[in-house]
Design a protein around this ligand. Structure first.
Ligand code: NPW
Ligand code: ADP
Ligand code: K
Length: 460
């Protein structure tokens, strides 16, 4: 499990640890991890240069002490100071090993820029001088120290100018901005350096393969189709029969013992999946709304009447205020969540954590806000951010497959929060597998699911 903590949580843990260690020890640990990551990126190329952009806080101190370690290994290091007062001892140590302070405009072209402008003490946005310094070598990759400067660390929002890093080296734990878009995208690849912090429960987590494996229910010797769970799908319409096929394809990933289908696209569903049973019957979970068009409200009402958990997708989502349940999973994209909350789509895209939490709290349900990093939020405020997937997954019908998959996992016995988080992980992994770097359509994602699940459960 990857864990992200808030700035306050990190500061308390740091204070506790610092009280037990000699002064400056944590900064030395951070700097050593940072220098190692930078050296790795520079590789063996002789004479590779590093430019440090250094602000007035301890983030700049980390950058300066990492510069010391790099300079000792023969790397030419230059520093642009972006504050009147930078970490004096760090600067003196760097000068002592040959590091040079240069004015903006005097710097040699570096192979890497190190962003030590601000870290967890930073406010969103950047000063004009910082923007100017970053603009000197726009094509040179940036390694961000702890967080890309300018992002809102506790929310993942972007508000004004910010660093876009190729790599972010962070200390002690991930921060929320590393796992929540749009800031997460600005972090590039995130590398965590352990500095020995003792931390409380995380604000945001990200499941890894082992976590998903532990959640999945593998059939035992005495299981049969009914003990494994039956998932019902009410999806598709005259207008969108394909959504019924895609949603049932996700449901038919093999994790439930049976899939039932109710709706107007029965012929298309049967033609693709002869194993799917058409017609009403007992189910352990319903999936409703994918491509449901005008029939979605009726489908939602009928599904809720069964008193089992319901996954509401697409057209069903806008009706959940009128038809409430306390065992509901919503799978909106930003546009659908915006409609539910009566705000603009761009607002939701810019404040993903806030709006996903708002909907989960207001409607007391699980919300999976789909996107590059899908966020799954429980009504009690727990948040999981998904790290699998590829941009090729942004293709019509991919959401229908996901809704069916969430339903299958709920029917197999997972609660809505675990089902949604495991499903988005598997869905993203299946997309990556199917894509292998190239284009895919939604059916390819569904087709790749059993193989991804097989590899996962047989790996453990
Ligand atoms: N604590 C620890 O044990 C450890 C901490 N570690 C490291 O310390 C970092 C936190 O250091 P920090 O607390 O000194 O804050 P930091 O992020 O450097 O910035 C604060 C300074 O920036 C300024 N400023 C703010 N916003 C700004 C903006 N938008 N644009 C420009 N300036 C802005 C603000 O000045 P102000 O404007 O408020 O006067 C203030 O001077 C942390 O991320 C990690 O790297 C590691 O060594 C491990 C151990
Ligand atoms: N840039 C992206 N990177 C990774 N995944 C993406 C990206 N864009 C969209 N996705 C994923 O693709 C799926 C699209 O679902 P959705 O928007 O509901 O499409 P549809 O309604 O056509 O089925 C979601 O699972 C979403 O998380
Ligand atoms: K930084």
């Amino acid at each position: 499990m990857r864990r992200a903590h808030t700035v306050d949580q990190v500061r308390s843990a740091e204070a506790e640890l610092m009280a037990r260690l000699p002064g400056g020890a944590l900064m030395q640990r951070a700097a050593a991890g940072l220098a190692a990551a930078v050296a790795d990126l520079l590789g063996t190329s002789y004479g590779a240069r590093v430019l440090l952009l250094v602000g007035g806080g301890d983030n700049g101190g980390d950058a300066l002490y990492a510069g010391v370690l790099l300079a000792r290994r023969g790397v030419p290091v230059e520093v642009v100071r972006l504050s009147e007062h930078v970490h004096e001892a760090g600067l003196a140590a760097l000068r002592a090993v040959g590091g040079r302070v240069v004015a903006v405009g005097e710097a040699h072209r570096p192979d890497l820029v190190v962003d030590g402008i601000v870290g967890i003490g930073g406010r969103p946005g950047l000063s004009e001088r910082a923007v100017e310094a970053l603009g000197l070598f726009p094509d040179v990759p940036v390694v961000a120290v702890d967080t890309p400067s300018g992002v809102d660390v506790d929310t993942g929002r972007l508000d004004g100018a910010h660093v876009s890093a190729a790599v972010t080296v962070t200390f002690g734990t991930h921060k929320v901005a590393h796992l929540v878009d749009p800031a997460a995208e600005a972090c590039g690849v995130v590398h965590l350096v352990d500095i020995g912090l003792d931390l409380p429960d995380a604000a945001v987590t990200a499941l890894q393969a082992d976590d998903v494996r532990r959640l999945l229910r593998v059939p035992g010797p005495f299981d049969h189709k009914y003990t494994r769970g039956v998932v019902g799908v009410r999806a598709g319409s005259e207008r969108y029969p394909g959504a019924a096929v895609l949603c049932t394809s996700g449901a038919a990933c093999g994790m439930a013992g049976m899939v039932r289908y109710v709706g107007s696209a029965a012929d298309a569903v049967r033609a693709r999946h002869p194993e799917i049973v058409v017609g009403e019957g007992r189910v352990q979970a319903w999936v409703v709304g994918s491509g449901g068009s005008g029939d979605a409200e009726q489908a939602l009402v009928e599904s809720l009447a069964d008193g089992v958990p319901v996954v509401a997708d697409a057209d069903a989502i806008q009706h959940v205020r009128q038809h409430r349940s306390d065992d509901l999973v919503l799978t909106p994209h930003a546009g659908e969540l915006a409609r539910l909350l009566d705000v603009e789509r761009t607002e939701v895209e810019a404040n993903q954590l806030e709006y996903a939490k708002r909907a989960a709290g207001e409607l007391w349900c699980v919300v999976a806000l789909k996107g590059r990093r899908t966020l799954v939020v429980a009504p009690d405020g727990r948040v999981r951010s998904n790290g699998t997937g590829v941009p090729w997954l942004g293709t019509a019908g991919a959401g229908d497959v996901l809704a069916g998959l969430v339903g299958a996992l709920v029917a197999s016995g997972l609660d809505g929060f675990d089902a949604a988080s495991a499903a988005v992980w598997l869905h993203g992994a299946a997309a990556a597998e199917a894509s292998a770097g190239g284009p895919i359509v939604a059916s390819d994602v569904a087709a790749a699911l059993p193989g991804v699940i097989r590899d996962l459960v047989s790996d453990g």
